[in-house]
Design a protein around this ligand. Structure first.
Ligand SMILES: [Zn+2]
Length: 497
């Protein structure tokens, strides 16, 4: 609420309610994914009265938490925690572009063992999900999703606009607008709800892309981006009106959250060109027809990159520690020195991860349930930790307010995937990593571990009683509890009820 306006106050780490009002009466859970929403922009617009529907339907009666998303903080990949309870690393999808070194082969110009979910290949996202996870749609039969690349478990006809969304993506990318698409799919959702009579789905996943698209095109605080926030607020009002009219609003749990924030981008570091200048023959999307390469650059967001290098001319498995430093030391040093790069990370011997910046070098490892973190020079992650062993249960709380929220858990989860790059590169705010390949030019970026990209709002129309810092991966068990579902497979996160 905003003090003095009779509205709910928004605080940083969550607004705990004295009493959780979950009463077992929830028939419908809706996750409205407001792609690219930044908590500070949301708060400012609520304070100025620009988002009356979000204020009335979510803040006034419900709760507000500020959560952290996942690394890489990028669209679709950062939907995984909410829809599967998994991290990008544990779901083996460590970016919107990746390479799997053991399958990375070159045959007469055709290259195998890589993926970019930009363009038509987004249709392969769902098939790339490992069997070891379960989607919310599998857990909750009869769910409905709009334009979701994660759709395993949805019944025919309940995955709306998935296969037909390529023309939408094309036009929104080149026109730098998603408002007409969001409006169209909202209309479709409203019509579907009207026709269903009492047979509503129990769970609806509804991503809206207007703010993300406007942010990339104009900047995260540009007038046109703020207009996009207002349009999504209007959509919330329209949706709640419809739910009221069909008589289900009183039994609805409405959650609004985001997958990442944004930072203004003034300059682009062309990471692929940097590698080329060092003598590497670089594979990079969308130029996927090559006869040979000894490096691959896979960028997400565009502030995050998985960089892969061959070893002795071969593509077999992730490169580790001494081997990487011995063969590619010049590249590591070149990356470390660039002002546009925040830090790099790579696998070290003994299962540890090395994090390197211009100011220092750190090692992250895990012993049973504790992270072990130490550094030489100054701490590249600036965590200010009170001790070197941090129990995983404390990892978020001790890092939530730092420049790199949840750094220990997020860097660790990322490197559980064999598809994560030999070198992970993150850009400093103000820069990104993709130069000549990105058109139209991006004026805003995300993907990295900085707080501006990681912190996202979590709003609920019913007050969630959890206090302290939370993660978007907590939304999965929260929805499970809302709908009284029983997960059959392990997942991360804890319910916010
Ligand atoms: Zn996004």
């Amino acid at each position: 609420m905003i003090p003095g306006q009779g509205e709910p106050a928004i605080t940083g780490a969550g607004t705990p309610s004295p009493v959780s009002t979950r009463t077992g009466d929830i028939d419908l859970a809706i996750l409205l994914l407001a792609d690219g929403f930044r908590p500070d922009v949301l708060k400012a617009l609520c304070a100025s009265g620009d988002l009356p529907n979000i204020t009335r339907h979510l803040l006034a009666e419900g709760s507000y938490h500020e959560g952290v998303t996942v690394l890489p903080s990028v669209t679709n990949v950062a939907y995984l925690p909410m829809l599967t309870g998994q991290y990008p690393g544990t779901a083996n999808i460590p970016g919107i572009r990746w390479v799997e070194k053991s399958r990375f082969t070159f045959n007469n110009g055709v290259v195998k063992g890589h993926r970019s979910y930009i363009g038509p290949a987004h249709l392969r996202f769902n098939g790339d999900l490992p069997n070891g996870l379960e989607t919310m749609f599998e857990l909750c039969p009869g769910s409905l999703a709009i334009r979701s690349d994660i759709h395993r478990g949805l019944a025919p006809g309940f995955s709306r606009f998935h296969g037909s969304s390529i023309p939408f993506m094309f036009f929104s990318h080149y026109l730098k607008r998603a408002d007409f698409i969001d409006k169209f799919v909202l209309g479709s959702l409203l019509r579907a709800l009207r026709k269903m009579d009492d047979n509503w789905p129990r769970f609806i996943f509804f991503p809206m892309l207007d703010v993300d698209t406007a942010s990339h095109a104009h900047g995260p605080e540009h007038r046109r981006t703020l207009d996009a926030y207002r349009r999504i607020d209007a959509a919330v009002g329209t949706l709640v009106d419809r739910l009221r009219r069909i008589g289900v609003w009183d039994r609805t749990h409405l959650l609004l959250s985001s997958d990442h924030g944004h930072t203004e981008t003034a300059e682009h570091l062309d990471l692929s060109r940097l590698l080329s200048h060092l003598g590497y023959r670089v594979f990079e999307h969308p130029s996927i027809f090559r006869r040979v390469a000894d490096a691959a650059v896979a960028i997400s967001g565009n502030s995050f990159a998985n960089v892969y290098v061959s070893s002795d001319g071969k593509w077999e498995r992730p490169s580790v520690g001494d081997e990487l430093e011995g063969e590619h030391g010049r590249l590591l040093e070149a990356l470390r020195q660039r002002t546009e790069i925040e830090w790099i990370a790579y696998r070290h011997s003994g299962g540890a991860i090395k994090i390197v910046s211009r100011s220092g070098t750190a090692l992250l490892s895990k012993d049973c349930e504790s992270y072990i973190y130490g550094y030489d020079g100054s701490d590249p992650l600036q965590l200010g930790l009170p001790r070197t062993a941090i129990h995983e249960a404390d990892a978020l709380e001790l890092t939530a307010d730092t420049r790199f929220p949840d750094a220990l858990e997020q860097i660790w989860q990322l490197f559980t995937s064999q598809r994560t790059g030999d070198i992970v590169v993150t850009a400093r705010p103000g820069y990104d990593l993709r130069g000549r390949r990105e058109w139209p030019e991006h004026r805003s970026s995300h993907g990295a571990l900085c707080s501006e990209h990681m912190n996202v709002p979590i709003l609920s129309n019913r007050p969630l009683s959890s206090s302290g810092p939370v993660r978007t991966v907590d939304l999965f068990p929260t929805i499970i509890e809302s709908l009284n579902l029983t997960p059959a497979k392990p997942h991360s996160g804890r319910s916010l009820w």
